[in-house]
Design a protein around this ligand. Sequence first.
Ligand SMILES: Cc1cc2nc3c(=O)[nH]c(=O)nc-3n(C[C@H](O)[C@H](O)[C@H](O)COP(=O)(O)OP(=O)(O)OC[C@H]3O[C@@H](n4cnc5c(N)ncnc54)[C@H](O)[C@@H]3O)c2cc1C
Length: 447
Amino acid sequence: MKYGPNKGTEIKYMMKQRHELTNNCDKPLTIVIGAGLAGVSTAYALAARGVPTLLIDEGSEPASGSSHANAGMLTSSMSSPWNSPGLLWQVAKATFGGSSPFSIRAGQMLKLAFWGLSFFRSANTRHYQYASKMNFRLAQYSMGRTRALRTALNLEYDSDSQGTLKIFRDHKAFSRAIGLARSMCNEGLAFSVVTPEEIIQIEPMLASKIGSIIGGIYYPDDESGDANKFTQRLFDEFVRVGGEVRFNTCIARIVEDKNGIVGVETSAGIVDCKQVVVAAGHASVGLLALNSISLPIKPVKGYSVTFECKEGYLPRVPVVDDGNFAVVTPLGSRLRVSGFAEFSGNDDTIDDSRVAELVSALDNIYPSIGSRLRLHEAKAWTGLRPVSADGLPFIGGTSIKGLFLNTGHGHLGWTMAAGSGHLLADHMLDQPAEIDIRPYQIDRDYF
Ligand SMILES: Cc1cc2nc3c(=O)[nH]c(=O)nc-3n(C[C@H](O)[C@H](O)[C@H](O)COP(=O)(O)OP(=O)(O)OC[C@H]3O[C@@H](n4cnc5c(N)ncnc54)[C@H](O)[C@@H]3O)c2cc1C
């Protein structure tokens, strides 16, 4: 057994907790690490089916990591991984000062070495099409699960079902996106290619800058909503069905012996358990490395700025502006603009120039919107997406008995959260699942 250093009285406290937990039920405890979208969705799916579950997070509340203020879009339409066949060119352009949503900060090149090789190796047509389809299946399934939870539990998270609108200012990018959408038709992607006039009908507030927009694609099945509120509400339900929780508690190590998982070593002591789910976002990598599991995930930094509406109407539909590399999402009485994909390691500090770029992108899309928003109360945020090298998440078991994964969802972590949690719970409980888990398991084949 590989237990770490003794932590004295704190351990006794945790042992008391453990004793209470095992006293309450005769089934062994499952620990979920991480109270973001992935962790809370998994913890709820387990606890709701009677599995004694303890959720642990180093933060002080649910959704304190990358799930805190994301773009708020549930978009099976955007299931393609980021490593598209043209990616290498885009990164090169960004590195030499051109415009691209991607950037690699100096000093990160070497750190990206192995992951980067795998990332670029997956940037081929065959893998791209395969990963897009597998992500789409999971995304569609997950959005169905999100709707089911919303209805069954009466969850309030500023949800909307208006679809999303992608607008284009560049002919090449427009025809590439149409081709991609067509290739997903057989999988069930609904979309319509729209003219500038039709764009104004879908989102009248785009009228003033319509001259620079050549066309768009409307995806009617997409949804939107505040991921943070969803996570908080689902967390409340997790507690209501008997789930246990420890915040401000950092997991230092997952403990195994030759028969599998035996516990976790935390900042407050050791907790025994038979099963662990790692849903710690990009930090999953460091934790699993201690158990000799190598997870090809890197943090990719993004930004959002959220405004309260002062007066008048806000846009109705979430808009993805391909030319400005920005997404603008209405969330109840708020408007959020998001963007950027920076490889800058674990750095989560806010760069004011990035915030200014997002505000200016918003102004470009909706020139008159400033007067309707409380600009001085804007909330800037940055988060680190857990991006896998082959563009697919990791859901399922590992080579260690009792150790499970639910992480690596990259830019689709909100879209895929409810489904990934449910799918993993089905797998752990050996129950039939609605979709095949194999494409997301860690031992999948890479192309
Ligand atoms: C700018 C931006 C916009 C985005 N927009 C969208 C979108 O529109 N649609 C979409 O589908 N997705 C979007 N995403 C992606 C989505 O937000 C992420 O994929 C998702 O939040 C990942 O959730 P998670 O639960 O895996 O990780 P996190 O939310 O990061 O949760 C991990 C948790 O683990 C905890 N933790 C880590 N290490 C430890 C430890 N050792 N001990 C205890 N706790 C630990 C952390 O405190 C954290 O709370 C966006 C992301 C960003 C950054």
